[in-house]
Every structure is written in structure tokens, then in C-alpha cells.
Design a protein around this ligand. Structure first.
Ligand code: HSE
Length: 441
């Protein structure tokens, strides 16, 4: 057996540079722990001459990541390019075809091509490791793929996007608007190049798709995720949630139900007493509900060069130790087709905020529309001028006033139909706000 493991790294951005620093700076300890010298043998990036604060000149330079992926001098190809196609996909496929182990941080690639790539890796008898692709530095893939292998998972959920959690946490703590917090997130470099991807929930959805496969032994199906972002959340919602004993978090939830598996990403009311409610700022948190272990919650950094590189190097050390596992915890060819539970059948409690005209019978009309759909209300509160932020809800009694309702457990379909019926009765103004309440201990 060779005494060294030669690594080729494609992509020398923040994570690639942190990884190079760890490989070069911790050579001795990595060798003791893995039983092999881990050698940075090849690199590929856009610009050869750029000063990255780490000297990689001893490694062979490749302009073309596909050439690096296929190079005979490489045992493990590390893909840190990003994107669900192009150079990232081509180089990962080329590496696997050539019988190289692959480590990637690329959630988009796995969300789109994960099953095909896993089949290829398993055919070739090599590893495809991706700890860094889900929640950055949190070891959730290892936990699910290895440690929880004896469990049946009923639900996996989490805060999978640090940008959104930063925005929601600051809105709550400092009473700021969504726009102010987004601007700060961009200034501080938390939001990715296009914030849409984060704030509309797509980044969380990619990560959730991977978690769903690990949790339920099904094919990755990112196109089957119900996705709502956080752009509609107002300070009024944050304050109302606080008064009612909740926090609002962007959760990704995958849950087994009688009609299939729900995959959903949406702003969610979580009880303040739950572990996930206490995950603040840019941190991520992932919780797994499983039969033998009960609930496991992991919290940590979901992004950042060093934290993400920590997961990448852990995957490399596994390969050096000779660990090679089924990519999604079961043979890829045996993964079940994903069976989607329809969102309209989702069951749970709901928070509803309406702007209600101050006319006789308005409440009665609303209550009747809810009752017609079999929805039982846990509470209904009107706070004249108390939770207003929109110009039209400024405490002027002549204007529509905010009414907050919490429902007992009902279905998404019932709530949507009730809201349509209310809208048709001309007792409310503007768009209603509707947030799902997650049933958590
Ligand atoms: N942009 C992501 C976040 C990190 O804000 O958490 C990378 O997926």
C-alpha cells in the first residue's frame, strides 16, 4: 500500500485555500491520524499567478480541472469549483471514470446529479464524499450515513442557510427590517453572489435534498421540494411570534408521512424552548428524529473557509484510512424512487396575519370562513397599532388593522381555501401572511 495519498484540488477560493493551509500546515498530525502522508500534488484554478496567501507552487498546476481529475499522479480529486454543471460536473465524472476518489463541497451538483454520480462511484469502487456540501462544518453526513445507520429516521430538519438565519436573528434582536438586515449581510460577505439563492430558500433546498436521501434511502429529488423564502417576513411577524412564544426560522424539513415524504423549505414558527430556536446568527443547526436514538441536534458553522475545509479534510482522512461507504448510506442502485407527499396535505398549526377592515361583522366573517373549512382557532388577537410597520397599518383606526390567528392542527389545503374565501369577502386588505408552525418539543 502506498505511503502517501496524493490530492488534486480544483478551485482555490476561500475553501480551497483553507484546505491547502490545513494539508500543508498539519502534515504531521494528518499522517499520524490517517496512516498516510496527505500530499497536495496538483491544483487547478482560474488564475495561476494570483497571490492566495498560501504557497502551492510545489503542486503541479493544471489549467484544466478535467486534466487534473484524470491525472495519474492523483489519488483523490477534490472539487471546489461549484455549480451543477460545466467544469464541476465534467471533472467529477472524469475523476470517477478514472477510478479516483472524489471529495466535493458542491451541494448543487449533488442535488442534481447525486444519484448518477453515486452509481458511478460505486461501480468503480471509489468514494464520493461530500460532508462539506451540507451545513459546511457540521458533521451531519457522517452522523447520518454512519452513526445513525441502525435507526429509522422519521424527520430531519434544520437551519441550513446562515444568511437567512443571520437576517432573521437580527430582525428579532434589533427590531430591524428585512431590507436593512439583508444589506448588512451583503456588506459583511455572508450572502452569496446572488442573494436570491439564499433568501428565496434554494440553497437550503439543495442541502435538504441530500439530507432526505440520507434519511430515507431514496433518490435525491431537489425538484420536488416545496420552497418559500424569507422575503415576506416583516417585523410585525417577528414581534407577533415573540409574543406568542415562537421564533421564526427558515427551516428545511424532510418528514415521512402516510402519503410519502414531505420536503419543504419555508419560514417556520418554532417554539422558543426548542433546541433549533436557539441557533442564532450565521450558525446552522440540523436535527434528526429517529427511532432508536430519539432526537439528535448538531449546531455549528454552516459556511466559511476553515469550517468547510474542516469537513473536506475529514473526508480525505477517511479515504486515507481506507473507509469507502455507500454514497447515500445504501447502494445507489437500490435507492427507492422519491415519493412526494403533496404539500396541500401537510398537517400542522398555522400562524395567519390579516389586515382587517374595521367594519361590523369582519371578525365573524373571518371566523366563519375558517369554521367552514373545519379549522379550529387556538387564538385570535387584534393589536390596534401595536404590531404595525406597514404604512397602511399605522394605528389609524380608520385603516385596516392587523389580526393574528393561530390555528390548531389542520391541513395546508384547508388554510389556503379559507384564506381564498376570506379574500373574496372584502373584509381584509392586502396579502395575508401565513406561516407554518413546526411541531417540536
Ligand atoms: N450561502 C450559504 C449560507 C452558505 O448562507 O449559509 C453556502 O451554502
Amino acid at each position: 500500500m502506498s505511503k502517501s495519498l496524493n490530492i488534486g484540488v480544483a478551485g482555490l477560493g476561500t475553501v480551497g485555500v483553507s484546505l491547502a493551509k490545513i494539508i500543508l500546515g498539519k502534515a504531521e498530525v494528518l499522517k499520524r491520524r490517517s496512516g498516510k502522508s496527505i500530499v497536495l500534488a496538483g491544483v487547478s484554478a482560474r488564475s495561476k499567478g494570483k497571490d492566495r496567501g498560501v504557497d502551492v507552487s510545489h503542486a503541479q498546476w493544471f489549467d484544466d480541472p478535467v486534466a487534473l481529475a484524470k491525472d495519474e499522479g492523483i489519488d483523490v480529486f477534490v472539487e471546489l469549483i461549484g455549480g451543477d454543471s460545466g467544469a464541476a460536473e465534467e471533472s467529477v465524472r472524469a475523476a470517477l471514470e478514472a477510478g479516483k476518489h472524489v471529495v466535493t463541497a458542491n451541494k448543487a451538483l449533488l442535488a442534481k446529479h447525486g444519484v448518477a454520480l453515486a452509481k458511478l462511484a460505486e461501480e468503480k469502487g471509489v468514494s464520493l464524499n461530500f460532508e462539506a456540501a451540507v451545513a459546511g462544518g457540521i458533521p451531519i453526513v457522517k452522523t447520518m450515513r454512519e452513526t445513525l445507520a441502525g435507526n429509522e429516521v422519521s424527520r430531519v430538519y434544520g437551519i441550513l442557510n446562515g444568511t437567512c438565519n443571520y437576517i432573521l436573528s437580527r430582525m428579532e434582536r434589533e427590531g430591524l427590517s428585512f431590507a436593512e438586515c439583508l444589506a448588512d449581510a451583503q456588506r459583511l460577505g455572508y450572502a452569496e453572489a446572488d442573494p436570491t439563492f439564499d433568501i428565496e430558500g434554494f440553497d437550503s433546498a439543495h442541502k435538504l435534498a441530500i439530507l432526505t436521501s440520507l434519511a430515507f434511502g431514496c433518490e435525491v429529488s431537489a425538484d420536488d421540494i416545496f420552497v418559500e423564502g424569507i422575503t415576506s417576513i416583516t417585523s410585525a411577524d417577528i414581534r407577533a411570534a415573540d409574543n406568542l412564544g415562537y421564533r421564526i426560522k427558515l427551516l428545511g424539513v424532510a418528514q415521512r408521512t402516510d402519503s410519502g415524504i414531505e420536503q419543504r423549505v419555508h419560514p417556520t414558527m418554532v417554539p422558543k424552548t426548542s433546541a433549533i430556536a436557539r441557533v442564532d446568527g450565521v450558525l446552522n443547526g440540523v436535527a434528526v428524529d429517529a427511532d432508536a436514538v430519539g432526537e439528535v441536534v448538531l449546531v455549528g458553522p454552516g459556511a466559511g473557509g476553515d469550517a468547510t475545509a474542516s469537513s473536506v479534510i475529514g473526508d480525505i482522512v477517511d479515504i486515507a484510512r481506507g473507509v469507502c461507504l455507500p454514497v447515500f448510506g445504501e447502494q445507489a442502485s437500490g435507492l427507492a424512487p422519491y415519493q412526494r407527499a403533496k404539500m396541500r396535505q401537510h398537517e400542522g398549526g398555522y400562524y395567519i396575519r390579516l389586515a382587517v377592515e374595521d367594519v361590523p361583522g369582519a371578525f365573524a366573517t373571518i371566523a366563519q370562513c375558517m369554521a367552514d373549512k373545519g379549522i379550529s382557532l387556538e387564538s385570535i388577537v387584534q393589536r390596534r397599532g401595536g404590531i404595525n410597520e406597514e404604512a397602511s397599518l399605522d394605528g389609524d383606526p380608520a385603516r385596516p388593522q392587523p389580526v393574528i390567528m393561530i390555528t390548531h392542527e389542520t391541513t395546508e389545503m384547508a388554510v389556503r381555501e379559507a384564506l381564498e374565501a376570506i379574500a373574496a369577502r372584502n373584509v381584509t386588505a392586502g396579502q395575508p401572511q401565513m406561516l407554518r408552525i413546526e411541531n417540536l418539543k
